[in-house]
Each structure stands twice: as structure tokens, then as C-alpha cells.
Design a protein around this ligand. Structure first.
Ligand SMILES: [Zn+2]
Length: 454
């Protein structure tokens, strides 16, 4: 069985070969913690979680590292907007890091081995800037140290741009008229009053945005590693800048063997934006009463590289499919049939072959549905297969649901019981309806009843 992965760097599907035969080191750009995570984050981090779970399922020892940008203009500005005073940036970053980790837990994103905060790698960042200065890749102007793009002939190889085209770069460009080339980016920003700052012999200041990733990965992984992931919007200039920094420092190429990028998320066929009123945080969706597993199912149903359109209707469709699946699985669970190990092995192999073709999760998901309809497999075999697939999908299909019943519902349930005992089934049914309206279903059984979420 051969795993093939599309590599942004070569623009081709390649046979996957990590540096060490059975080990994979993967780094994915994490969030800047100045606000609650939104659906775009949910897409990227669920889809990379699926990928890492899969790589582990096929036997690789994966180390999954993610950074947390906890020092940045956006964080400082948010603290100012909120009037939080000089140390306010710390409050902001702590609050939103906590919120982010909560969201990941809710979404069942549990494959990350280490979250690395930028502020915990300041000595490594300074060391990288110093090495770039020494090798004459960096120069100093009034507000900081910058990377000189004209010194790097390779710049643009990931995005397919040349360094003289870098001036139409898209996001978070450092502006300063003294720059040598328009696309030059800041490595180290000198301190301004009222801003967080770290002492350094290159001048007191704070890191530019791109440098934290290479400082973190050099410390944790070394100058070269297997996979770097992130949203497609990060290819340029962010990932290009990472390559420029680390390959200039180490002289070793490539920094990363395989670059993987997730496609954009649109909301109702438009770019998500706060000004457009189509901006959803993960918490917004959960607050609307959606289960996080419905979101997971939704993001599983599209290939990670493809753009995806989100709408509340499509989430509803994912919910229906998921609930249907869950019901089928809970029926299979009770089967006492004898399993044939060969049948299971064969079907599982087919599943892996499907996903091995560029990590094709949506095809793996539809294969799961095929399995459920396959007459050649008995229920016990199907159940075992579903559980194996779910180690990758993370949909909690085998998990028994823990229903948290509210006080209000508990009261209604005991009222209903009272009328049932009096054989006043008409009144009892009225209570059943009230319970339904609150999102719960009562099922009467021989020895009592059970409550399930609708
Ligand atoms: Zn990054």
C-alpha cells in the first residue's frame, strides 16, 4: 500500500516518504489568540486532526506540533480597544488561548502533541535573527530588523512567485519606507512605548510574525522536517517567509518535505467576514444548539484541499446524516453474530487504499456507508469496522451518549410518570410533547423508560 500526498511545493501528488522511515514530524500553523476561533479554524484544525489520526492509524509515529501566536499587533490592539492597560495583552492572549483549547476539545481535535507559545521561544527567535544578520540576510532600519528578499534567489518557490512580485502580497505586510525591497518582512520589531518588549543585544523588541514558526520548529524538530500544514491563505507570504528564514540560516533544503494546505471556507458562497454578517465562531454554532460532531461530520465530507461552502442548511444535512449513522451503529452494536476476521481485514484494507490516495477522507466516509449496505458482511463485522474507521474520523460512533437532563425536563418526566401510573395517558402524552419540545425523547421500555437527546 502506497500513500500519496499532494505537495504544494512540487504541485504534484507524490509518494510519501518521511525523513525517518516510520516517523513523521508535522507542524501546523496555530491561531493568533486575540479572538474566539471561527469556522475557518474549525475546518483547518479538524481536517489536520483527521490527517494526523490517519497517519497514526497506518502505523507512523507522528509528532504533531502547533504554535500559538501569543504576541502580535492584533493582540496588542485588542487589549488597547478594551482599555486593558499595559499588561492587557497578557489577559487577551490567556483568555483566547483558553477559549481556543476549549473549542478544540469540543471538536474532538485531540491529536496535537504540543502547543508551542511564541513567547516561550524568545531566545531561539533572537538567535535566528542574529544568525541571519551574521549571514547578511538581515538589515536594520528605524523600527526593526528586516529580511532582505533580494539575497534569497529561491524566494517564491512555494507560491510560484518571484521576489520582485512580492509587493502585491496579501496579508500582514510590514510597512516602512526605508525597506530595501517592498516585500521585505520584519524579523524583530524594536520596542515602542506601552508595548510588550524583550531585552536583546540586537535591540529591545518583539518578534515579527514569521520568525516564531521557524524558531519553534528548529528547536523541536531541527532544520528539516516532514510536513508543514496550514490554511491556503498562509502560503504567501507567511510560509514563503518561513522557507526563506530557515533555509538561509541552515543552508539545508528543503526546510519541509511536504507542504499541505487546506482550501478556503466560504459562508453562503461568500468570503466570511465580520462586516458581512456571515461570521460564525465555533462557540456561535454550538450556542445555536448544534452538536460539535455535526461540524466534524461536515468538514469530513469534503477533501481538505478543496474549498468548501458552509450554510446552516448544509450543517443541518450533516446533522441528519450523522444522526442516521449513529442510530444504525447503535443497532449493530447489539449483534451477537460470529465475526470473520478475514472479512474485516479485507474491508479495512480497502478503506486504507481509498484514503491513501491524497488523504481522501470524504471517499473514506462514503466507503463507510457502502460497508453499512454491504450484504456480504454481518452486523458484528460491520460494527467492528465502523469502530476502526472512527479512530480516524473521531465521530464518537461507538460511544454511549451521556445525556445531561435539565431540571425542567426531570420535573416534566416525573409528572408524566405520575399520570401514566394513574393510567391518564392523555395527560401523560401532553407531558411527552413538552419534553420533546425541549429537545428530549422518552422511550418506554418493559422495565421503565429511557431519555435520549432528540
Ligand atoms: Zn505560522
Amino acid at each position: 500500500m502506497v500513500l500519496k500526498i499532494y505537495n504544494t511545493l512540487s504541485r504534484k501528488k507524490e509518494v510519501f516518504k518521511p525523513i525517518k522511515a516510520k516517523e513523521i514530524k508535522i507542524f501546523v500553523c496555530g491561531p493568533t489568540v486575540y479572538d474566539n476561533a471561527h469556522l475557518g479554524h474549525a475546518k483547518t484544525y479538524i481536517q489536520f486532526d483527521l490527517i494526523v489520526r490517519y497517519l497514526r492509524a497506518i502505523g507512523f509515529k507522528v509528532t504533531y506540533l502547533q504554535n500559538i501566536t501569543d504576541i502580535d499587533d492584533k493582540i496588542i490592539n485588542r487589549a488597547r480597544e478594551k482599555g486593558l492597560g499595559e499588561d492587557g495583552w497578557k489577559k487577551i492572549k490567556e483568555e483566547y488561548e483558553k477559549s481556543y483549547l476549549e473549542d478544540m476539545k469540543t471538536l474532538n481535535v485531540d491529536s496535537v502533541d504540543k502547543y508551542a507559545r511564541a513567547t516561550e521561544y524568545i531566545p531561539e527567535i533572537i538567535s535566528q535573527v542574529k544568525r541571519l544578520i551574521k549571514k547578511d540576510y538581515a538589515y536594520k532600519i528605524s523600527d526593526g530588523w528586516y529580511f532582505d528578499l533580494s539575497k534569497d534567489k529561491d524566494y517564491g518557490k512555494l507560491a510560484g512567485r518571484k521576489n520582485n512580485e512580492a509587493d502585491d502580497a496579501v496579508s500582514r505586510i510590514d510597512e516602512n519606507k526605508e525597506k530595501r525591497n517592498k516585500g521585505d518582512f520584519c524579523l524583530w520589531k524594536f520596542s515602542k512605548t506601552g508595548e510588550p518588549t524583550w531585552k536583546a543585544d540586537i535591540g529591545a523588541g518583539r518578534p515579527g510574525w514569521h520568525i516564531e514558526d521557524t524558531a519553534i520548529t528548529e528547536k523541536e524538530f531541527g532544520p528539516q522536517y516532514d510536513i508543514h500544514g496550514g490554511g491556503m491563505d498562509l502560503i504567501f507570504p507567511h510560509h514563503e517567509a518561513e522557507i526563506a528564514q530557515m533555509e538561509s540560516i541552515s543552508g539545508k533544503k528543503p526546510l519541509v518535505r511536504y507542504w499541505l494546505h487546506t482550501g478556503f471556507l466560504e459562508i453562503d458562497k461568500e468570503k466570511m467576514g465580520k462586516s458581512k454578517g456571515n461570521f460564525f465562531t465555533i462557540k456561535d454554532i454550538i450556542a445555536k444548539g448544534h452538536d460539535a460532531r455535526h461540524l466534524r461530520y461536515f468538514f469530513l465530507s469534503a477533501h481538505y484541499r478543496k474549498p468548501l461552502n458552509f450554510s446552516l442548511e448544509s450543517l443541518e444535512a450533516a446533522k441528519n446524516a450523522y444522526e442516521k449513522l449513529k442510530n444504525i451503529v447503535s443497532e449493530l452494536k447489539t449483534s451477537k453474530e460470529k465475526k470473520n476476521a478475514k472479512n474485516i481485514e479485507q474491508a479495512y484494507k480497502q478503506f486504507l487504499e481509498i484514503i491513501n490516495d491524497d488523504l481522501n477522507m470524504p471517499r473514506g466516509l462514503s466507503f463507510m456507508w457502502d460497508i453499512l449496505r454491504d450484504d456480504r458482511l454481518n452486523s458484528a463485522e460491520k460494527y467492528e469496522l465502523i469502530l476502526k474507521f472512527d479512530e480516524v474520523f473521531g465521530l464518537d460512533l461507538g460511544k454511549k451518549e451521556k445525556v445531561e437532563v435539565t431540571e425542567e425536563v426531570k420535573k416534566l418526566v416525573s409528572e408524566r410518570e405520575k399520570y401514566r401510573k394513574l393510567k391518564d395517558f392523555k395527560t401523560a402524552d401532553k407531558y411527552r410533547e413538552k419534553i420533546n419540545k425541549l429537545g428530549f425523547v422518552i422511550e418506554d421500555k418493559d422495565n421503565g423508560f429511557s431519555i435520549k437527546k432528540k
